[in-house]
Structure formats: C-alpha cells, structure tokens
Design a protein around this ligand. Structure first.
Ligand code: HEC
Length: 102
C-alpha cells in the first residue's frame, strides 16, 4: 500500500513538472527561453525578478489585480489559463520560471 502511495506521489510530481514546462511555452516567444528577454521593449526580464516577485506578479495577473496595462492583462490571463488560481500551482509555476536561468 505504501509503495502505491509513493508511486502516486511521484507520478503527480512528474505531471506537475510537465505542466509547468508546457505552460511556459506560452511565454517563450516574448520573455525568452530562460526569461532573459525584455518583452515588447517594456516587460521586466523575468530572470531578474526574485521568486517572490514572480509569484506575486503572476498571482496578480491570474486574479486580475495586476497593475500591468489593460491590453496586456487579458492576453496574459489567456496565456496563463493552464495555471489555476490555486496558490500552490502559482508557486510551482513561479519556481519553474525562477529556476530556468540556472
Ligand atoms: C505577446 C508577448 C507576451 C507574452 C506571450 C507573455 N508576456 Fe508577459 N509581459 C509582456 C509585456 C509587454 C509585459 C509588460 C506589461 C506592462 O508592464 O504593462 C509583460 C509583463 C510580464 C510580467 C511582469 C508583470 C508585472 O507585475 O510587472 C510577468 C510576471 C509576465 N509578463 C509573465 C508572463 C508569463 C508567465 C507568460 C506566459 C504564461 C507571459 N508573460 C507571456 C509580454 C508578453
């Protein structure tokens, strides 16, 4: 029984990793493979943000309280539709982006 639980836990970890990589594919063309680009001459380099800042910015985009310009807000929300509002998912996705630069 324990073995099955461990396998299940490992399985869901693997799934999460795949999802984050897939979700970040929606960002690469503007923010770069490692978050190194300044998107459309105006974004911060995602790679330069702290993990906390990334998590808060992404969380704010998802829940609609972000201060980024309106025309970019709904575009980001669409691109982020695979990342749910759950705090742990935002956290895991931010961690994934934060670790891209290494
Ligand atoms: C079409 C180009 C484009 C795509 C695709 C895109 N972004 Fe952005 N992103 C921008 C621009 C431009 C800004 C700056 C917007 C502003 O400051 O008004 C920005 C800003 C941001 C910020 C900073 C927000 C803040 O609070 O200052 C984060 C974080 C971010 N993007 C994450 C993402 C993630 C994650 C994805 C993929 C799910 C993504 N972006 C997809 C262009 C893009």
């Amino acid at each position: 029984m324990k073995k099955i639980l461990v396998l299940l836990a490992l399985g869901s970890l693997a799934l999460m990793a795949v999802d984050n990589a897939k979700a970040y594919q929606n960002c690469v063309m503007c923010h770069g493979k490692k978050g190194e680009k300044i998107a459309l001459n105006s974004s911060p380099q995602l790679a330069s943000l702290t993990q906390e800042k990334l998590r808060n910015s992404i969380g704010a985009i998802i829940d609609g309280t972000s201060k980024i310009s309106k025309r970019y807000l709904s575009m980001h929300q669409t691109k982020l539709k695979d990342v749910s509002q759950r705090e742990d998912e935002t956290q895991a996705f931010s961690e994934y982006i934060f670790n891209l630069k290494q």
